[in-house]
Design a binder for this molecule. Sequence first.
Ligand code: ZN
Length: 216
Amino acid sequence: MFNVTRGSEPFAINSTTYNDPLLIKELHSIFLGKCYLCERDNLPDPEIEHFIPHKGIPNLKFNWSNLYYSCSRCNSLKSATHVNLLDCCDANLDVFRLIECNMPASPDKPILVKPTQTPANQIILNTVALLERCYNAEDTGIRGITRSVLIDDLFKLYSELLKLRILLTEKSTGQTERQHAKDRVNQMLKANFSFSVFWRWYIEGDSKLKLELAKP
Ligand SMILES: [Zn+2]
């Protein structure tokens, strides 16, 4: 997960709709264009997600603080069944440090999501359970397809990161090429990059690459 800085309500929200184009533009901007759950960028199917289920509670349905930006897969998986979750908009939490996400050895294997603290509190466990579903669920035909697209996109970037690792750890790599590789890895680690949680946790477990990135 990545932290989102949510400012105060940008304008008075119409109390009968949350689909105002200005509101959606603002959500797109503060969530860095990414789904707050799976962290996919450039969503072809963005949706407004209600962090606390709003059914029967208009105050939650149109409350600026309850409106989140997600892809349709994650919105449908979370639905009203996953509650009491880590709030990426809570400035007091470093959500990245609380849950580790790692790539599987091969696409058909599940993406690994786990708490970093033991024992983890219930809110972290609830969030881990939801993220596991977001990354791995293929319990319907449509979810089988959306999971396949998701894993393809993840592996594309993961293989790029591994290629950059080769360049940065090879002694024969020239200075210009080395700098380009370093710039690209640093770009991948930023919160606005697609699936940045994976690349950040990858680096945490690769001291050699970490050392190369730290070199001037
Ligand atoms: Zn998503």
